[in-house]
Design a protein around this ligand. Structure first.
Ligand code: ZN
Ligand code: ZN
Ligand code: FE
Length: 760
């Protein structure tokens, strides 16, 4: 199948023979398309077979001309454009002049070499950087991007650094964070009371010793604090879980080297590229069979994958080089609060957790978490967009009036549209705590300052009770609300450059629908500037409402009650019923019968939770999505026939009815069919429902969005099923399918319906 690669390459790629190199490489690989210099970077478009395009991506980095350097290369796979040759297009100097704020970049190879070279004047200096690497978004306070507008303003360059900074031939020409041991920031180690225990290299050694001794380190990095412990030490990892109030959610790991990663995980070519990229995200990798002595069980209990990254700041390189074993590197926060950025604040918030603080005096201007990605269907899928990616824009199909979108409630991000660019903020988090709400407001103010944004319109979620929606109402500008699942579909359309007609499948946990019920299993048609809900999963009552997010047995009870009605509570052969005491059963029965705190929902996410509970995998979860993930893991590679399901098409929207499927699952349960088989057949059924919806709608292009499509098996089965039946499937790449994509979707949806048409 022919695809089109659309990419933007930023860095030292202009005036170094980069375009002729791209041209020759494209010709050699028989690709058609073009390459062009623009104020936003080098744009490249290439039609070709998937393997050739993958090759192209890998070789762009490997074979690039000397003196060129790729700071960021964001690309996606789109429908082919039908180019017939490859050409170098004339430079576009008229394009958008919106200043580009670069993301934070991992340490480059040149700086890495100097860092470990004893004769270099920056030997073992933890804040080494150059024009090609180092902090950007996390230190900038205003535009233009000049030293006085960064948190480096308080450091005066020494003559040697100043000379490099002013020499156009030097690698540090205008490197704003340029510094050295004489003039720049320095390390200190602090005890939990804030008393300095060591400085410079001795502080680093103290931190390394502490990790070796099985203790917890709080380390101030690029975009905030990490909590670190030895990944092999079961006791300390358990202690960290307890003190961070994080029972089971997997921890990310930082490994000293790619070689060590390979002893614990399978790594393919694309995953290797991602691990070593300037973005340096956490990459979800499949664990190798058998346990690795480097990683204890408590790091990611029961999880077949590990979230892994390589050192990206010079400080990480020095520390990991010193210890030479992998560490847990989790955000410095309690549960889902925003990551800590200031050392005084860290003492206060992390004081009860960390045994030592490794800090420095380069201030962090804004929190930027580690990004999380995985490879799915041979492409990158960003699950959390932050360091290395934020605040790079997504290009909209047409210019819009200046607009601010405030996102949803969970995994919040915000977005600011200027012209054809939608700048997406870093991951902010769940807007559940005052800290998160402050971070949300600061992020909005920061985006408006950086991009000189004066929005005429504020877009928020239809749900009036989200803190983001409440914030929107405090703003004097014109207000637009967008239904949650419409935003999901629009986000997926925007990044795939689809303008309709498109059938959007938006499956997730929760979003308020236009009929006042909770949606989450929606089929939405986007056509001619309108969104229409064509179909939906059968609805059921959710006893306890939001409490069901952490208790799949509630969703299970709701589903079984919908199927069996009153007779449910006379049966005692059903696990989700048995898991309650008789008194609790009585209360739940009454609540369901009298519709007390039992909101109606068509959520696909809750259907996952319900099935996990029905087959006895999990009745309660430690975190949202845990039951669904375990159902995915249980299914394995999952090649299984679907269960039966029905569709009621006399209703508007039509109803995809899971009733028969649940009955067959219950029957399998009684026949002692293994959970893995049931889980695999459940996934196959959901994919079959999606293919059936596409047939029913008769729309060729189908966009998959919403948190359920973080599930690799569901996404793969759905895409293969759709393509096998002659449809074209689209999914997320650069923008998260979860609620991290809602802010972009809000802008894209409002633009699609013509609400943001620019008045010239
Ligand atoms: Zn560098
Ligand atoms: Zn200096
Ligand atoms: Fe959602």
């Amino acid at each position: 199948m022919i695809l089109r690669l659309h990419g933007v390459i930023r860095g030292a790629v202009q005036g170094v023979g980069f375009r002729p190199f791209v041209y020759r490489l494209a010709r050699e690989l028989a690709l058609t398309g073009w390459v062009q210099n623009t104020p936003q970077g080098v744009l490249v478009e290439a039609d070709g077979a998937r393997d050739s395009l993958n090759n192209f991506v890998l070789r762009l980095k490997l074979d690039r001309p000397p003196r060129s350097f790729i700071q960021s290369f964001e690309f996606s796979y789109l429908d082919p454009a039908g180019y017939t040759s490859f050409e170098i297009r004339p430079s576009d100097t008229a394009g958008s002049k919106t200043a580009l704020v670069m993301p934070d970049l991992a340490l480059c190879e040149d700086c890495l070499r100097e860092l470990f070279h004893p004769a270099d004047r920056r030997y073992r200096y933890p804040f080494i950087n150059c024009t090609n690497c180092g902090p950007r978004f996390s230190i900038i306070t205003a535009l233009p991007y000049d030293r006085p507008n960064t948190t480096m303003r308080e450091f005066t360059m020494c003559p040697a650094c100043r000379h490099e900074y002013e020499d156009p031939l030097d690698r540090r020409f205008h490197a704003q964070p340029n510094a050295c041991p004489v003039c720049g920031p320095q390390l200190e180690s602090w005890d939990p009371h804030g008393t300095v225990t060591a400085r410079r290299d001795e502080a680093l050694s103290a931190a390394a010793e502490l990790l070796r001794a099985g203790k917890i380190l709080a380390l101030k990095g690029i975009g905030g604090f990490h909590l670190m412990t030895s990944a092999a030490d079961e006791d300390v990892v358990r202690r960290l879980r307890k003190q961070k109030h994080r029972e089971e959610k997997p921890f990310a790991l930082m490994f000293p080297s790619l070689e060590q990663i390979r002893t614990a995980c399978a790594v393919d070519g694309l995953e290797e590229r991602l691990l070593q990229s300037a973005e340096a995200p956490i990459v979800l990798l499949r664990r190798l069979e058998g346990s690795s002595s480097l990683v204890c069980d408590s790091v990611a209990p029961g999880n077949p994958s590990l979230g892994v990254m390589l050192p990206y700041a010079p400080l990480h390189h020095l520390l990991l080089h010193h210890i030479n074993f992998p560490v847990v590197a989790t955000s410095g926060n309690i549960t889902d609060e925003p990551i800590c950025t200031d050392e005084r604040e860290a003492l206060h918030r992390l004081g009860g957790i960390a045994d030592l603080f490794l800090v420095h005096n380069r201030p962090i201007a804004r929190h930027v978490d580690d990004s999380i990605v995985r490879v799915l269907l041979g492409r990158e899928l960003v699950l959390r967009r932050a360091r290395g990616y934020a605040p790079l824009p997504v290009t909209l199909p047409a210019p819009v009036s200046d607009t601010l979108a405030v996102g949803a409630h969970l995994k919040n991000t915000v977005a600011l549209a200027r012209g054809s660019s939608a700048f997406i903020s870093q991951h902010i988090g769940d807007l559940e705590t005052p800290e998160a709400y402050n971070a949300f407001r600061e992020t909005i103010e920061g985006m408006q300052t950086l991009f000189d944004g004066h929005p005429a319109t504020i877009v928020s979620d239809l749900h009036p009770d989200y803190l983001s929606s409440a914030y929107a109402r405090t703003r004097p500008e014109r207000q637009i609300t967008i239904q949650h699942h419409v935003a999901h579909v629009a986000a997926c359309m925007a990044e795939n450059e689809l303008t309709g007609p498109v059938l959007g499948i938006a499956w997730d946990g929760t979003g308020l629908g236009t009929d006042g019920t909770i949606w989450g299993g929606e089929c939405i048609l986007a056509q001619q500037g309108h969104f229409r809900r064509l179909g939906s999963l059968r609805a059921f009552r959710l006893p306890g409402g939001d409490r069901a997010v952490r208790e799949g047995r509630r969703a299970a009870l709701g589903i079984l009650y919908e199927l069996f009605g009153e007779t449910l509570f006379t049966r005692n052969d059903l696990l989700p019923v048995e898991s309650w005491t008789p008194a609790e059963q009585k209360n739940l029965h009454r609540a369901l019968a009298q519709h007390l705190n039992t909101p109606v929902t068509s959520s696909a996410g809750r259907l996952f939770d319900a099935v996990a509970a029905i087959i006895g995998l999990r009745q309660r979860s430690g975190y949202e999505g845990q039951a669904a993930m375990e159902l995915e893991f249980a299914a394995g590679e999952g090649n299984a026939p679907p269960y039966s399901f029905d569709v009621q098409h006399s209703t508007d929207p039509w109803t995809i009815d899971w009733g028969t499927m649940i009955l067959e699952i219950l029957e399998d349960r009684t026949q002692a069919v293994p959970a893995s088989t049931i889980a695999a057949r459940f996934h196959a059924t959901l994919a079959a429902m999606i293919v059936d919806a596409a047939r029913r709608a008769g729309i060729e292009r189908v966009a998959l969005s919403g948190g359920c499509f973080q599930n690799r098996l569901l996404t793969e089965l759905s895409v293969r099923g759709l393509e096998g039946a002659g449809f074209r499937a689209y999914w997320h790449q650069r923008i998260p399918p979860n609620d991290g994509g809602i802010a972009l979707g809000q802008i894209a949806a409002a633009a699609f319906t013509g609400d943001l048409t620019r008045q010239e």
